[in-house]
Structures are given as structure tokens and as C-alpha cells.
Design a protein around this ligand. Sequence first.
Ligand SMILES: NC(=O)c1ccc[n+]([C@@H]2O[C@H](COP(=O)([O-])OP(=O)(O)OC[C@H]3O[C@@H](n4cnc5c(N)ncnc54)[C@H](OP(=O)(O)O)[C@@H]3O)[C@@H](O)[C@H]2O)c1
Length: 229
Amino acid sequence: MKKSGLKREDIFLETKIWPSFYENEDAVEKTLERLDTDYIDLLFIHQPAGNYIAGYRLMEKAYKEGKVKAIGLSNFNREQIQEILDTCEVAPAILQTEVHPYSQEKELKEFLDKNKIVIQAWYPLGHGDRNLIEEGVFAKLAEKYGKTNAQIILRWHVQPGNTFRGCWHGSKTEDKREGGLCGAVCRDTAGIYLYQLLFLCAAAPDCLLLDSGHGDRLSGIGFCKGCHP
Ligand SMILES: NC(=O)c1ccc[n+]([C@@H]2O[C@H](COP(=O)([O-])OP(=O)(O)OC[C@H]3O[C@@H](n4cnc5c(N)ncnc54)[C@H](OP(=O)(O)O)[C@@H]3O)[C@@H](O)[C@H]2O)c1
């Protein structure tokens, strides 16, 4: 951040605390030290394992001290979010979880809407699943709007007010002429604003049919302190 020459307030810094250290009293301070910053814009618990309530308390304390501007949860299910809501003083602003058109999480979204929690999708393009990206409904819409299929899917995420975790490490198939590692990815992400998909009348029924009701996360892998979902 310092090398970029940008002002700190012009950067949105989001990071996570991991189960193996979120029970340590100094977990947030150590994170601030490591990032060489006075505050974090959005701090998540990466996954619910061990005493995640203790981890949440640390984030609340840091929030009250101005060291964290917003609190998020990642990979929590509805029951675990409710447990946090029942006991917290500062509500989570955001849930990062797997969402894409093959795993739409409609009920979870309704629950989050009621509780004013925004979704941030991980695997927004299904981790680059070509079947998903090349689905006919996206190809048709891409042609209609002069966008790429990926832009249509990213627009599907943001138009109802959700967000997604960007794939800034880039694509193996990116257009290198755009420069640097994330040429195609950044260009496609920038191109998802300033237009409205007529989703409600045109694509929603087709798109709803793609939902298999489960993503990778629900394939039976439990959360432990060391494993990444
Ligand atoms: N909180 C968690 O537990 C959790 C879990 C998993 C992931 N994440 C995070 O979520 C973020 C997103 O994950 P992800 O990058 O795997 O998800 P993704 O955006 O669904 O998939 C990225 C892949 O999509 C393809 N792609 C990217 N841009 C494209 C474009 N414009 N057109 C066509 N294809 C494109 C690329 O595949 P090719 O290289 O094959 O072209 C790229 O590798 C990452 O930062 C990851 O760390 C968080």
C-alpha cells in the first residue's frame, strides 16, 4: 500500500483472521502490525472452527477501538450467523460464501437481506468452470448486451446488491495484450457497471434453472482449524 503512493483512505483493505489464531488476544493487533496499517476496512473470520465466538468478540473490540471499520464472516451457515446475531453487539456487515449461478443460495440471501448483511461471493465464476461460463443463457445475454459471458455472470451478482470476491490472480486464458496479469479479468470486471440486465423479464427463469442447490463447500468437507474450504 505504501509503495503504491496512494493515500490509505483511497484503499479498501480487507483481510481475514484464521481459526488457529483468532482465539489469541492479540490476533487483530498482530494483523495490523503485519500489514503495517492503523486500521482494516473489513475484517473477516475466515471460517467457523474452534471458538469462533471468541474470535468475533476480538473483532467487535477492534471495531469499537476504530481499528476495524466493518466486520465480516466467511463460510458461516445460517445457524452460525444467527448464533452471532443473537450474541453480538456489532452485527456482521457481510458474509463471504460460495455463490454463483450453479449455487445461488436463494434462502440464505433472503435470510441475509432480512438481517441487512451483504453477500460477497467467492468463486463468482464457479472457479472458472467453463460449463458455467459457457451456459447458453449467458451467451445469449452476452450477445444481446455486447458483453462477455463472464461480465453477464458478474452483473448477475451485483445487480441485486450482492458483491463478489475478485479473481485478481488472473486467468490462464486472459488477453495478455491488456497488460499484466489481470488484463482480461480487470477489463471484464470494469465492464459490468453502467448497464442494467433485464433479468427479471428475460433471463431469470433460465438462470434459476441452473441452480443445483449446492456448491463445493457443501460437498461434505467440514471446517477445521487448519483446512481451507
Ligand atoms: N473464503 C473462502 O473460503 C474462499 C474459498 C475459495 C476462494 N476464495 C477466494 O475467492 C476469490 C475468487 O476465487 P476464484 O478466483 O477461484 O473464483 P472465480 O472468479 O469463480 O474463478 C476464477 C477463474 O475464472 C476464470 N476467469 C476469470 N476471469 C475470467 C473472464 N473474464 N472470462 C473468462 N474466465 C475468467 C479463470 O479461469 P482460467 O484461469 O481457467 O481461465 C480464473 O482462474 C479468490 O480470491 C479466492 O481466494 C475464498
